[in-house]
Write a protein that binds this ligand. Structure first.
Ligand code: AMP
Length: 191
């Protein structure tokens, strides 16, 4: 198989006790990534949206890389069927490798772990540590409050106006995939 043209890091929930349509959409996203021969990079979990996006990619023969700290492996939280599992010592190391191995980021609905991952990714982008596209999957308006808060950091002067385009949000899968195909160029105002 030829090398994937794009590696997409997906941050998402480990919980399965959520709106079932989120689980279905995550599976469809995994399938869509594999259909395009893009690689999925994610937290290597087998439950919740993490498990669904990986299973979606695997059913279509996609390339899947999971990055997971050793303590989670010992708890058997890892997905046993993905193509590559990178085991890290710490959570920090895990998140850094996820950022390094991705060309673009997608954030699906999730809990504190997902929020931590996307806000760290945006903080690093804001500091110029990377300039990779970041998409929020705002399914069912799940991320409306986060988007409002992020806009408020700019409205209230905590962040310069030029950072407003640092991420884009999408309510549907098609818009999200079109963005990954052809991301809007963004120049960091600190440079
Ligand atoms: P959350 O959005 O809080 O479910 O967080 C997703 C992230 O939480 C993952 O990237 C992991 O760091 C971690 N996580 C929490 N529970 C699990 C689990 N059962 N399996 C795998 N990762 C988990």
């Amino acid at each position: 198989m030829s090398e994937p043209s794009l590696s997409v890091c997906v941050y998402c929930a480990s919980s399965s006790k959520i709106e079932p349509s989120f689980l279905e959409q995550a599976h469809r996203l995994g399938e869509a990534l594999a259909d395009r021969q893009w690689r999925l990079v994610y937290g290597a979990g087998s439950s919740g949206l993490m498990g669904q996006v990986a299973d979606g990619a695997l059913t279509k023969g996609g390339s899947v890389v999971g990055i997971i700290p050793r303590f989670m492996m010992e708890l058997e939280w890892n997905h046993p069927h993905i193509g590559e599992t990178v085991v890290t010592t710490t959570m920090h190391e895990r998140k850094q490798i996820m950022i390094d191995r991705a060309d673009a980021f997608v954030t699906l609905p999730g809990g504190t772990g997902t929020l931590e991952e996307v806000t760290e990714c945006l903080s690093f982008k804001r500091l110029g540590l990377h300039n990779k596209p970041v998409a929020l999957a705002n399914w069912g308006g799940y991320y409306d409050p986060l988007i409002e808060q992020l806009n408020r950091t700019i409205d209230d002067g905590f962040l310069a106006e030029g950072f407003r385009g640092m991420f884009e949000s999408f309510s549907d899968l098609e818009g999200l995939l079109a963005f990954l195909e052809s991301p809007t160029p963004w120049t960091n105002p600190i440079h």
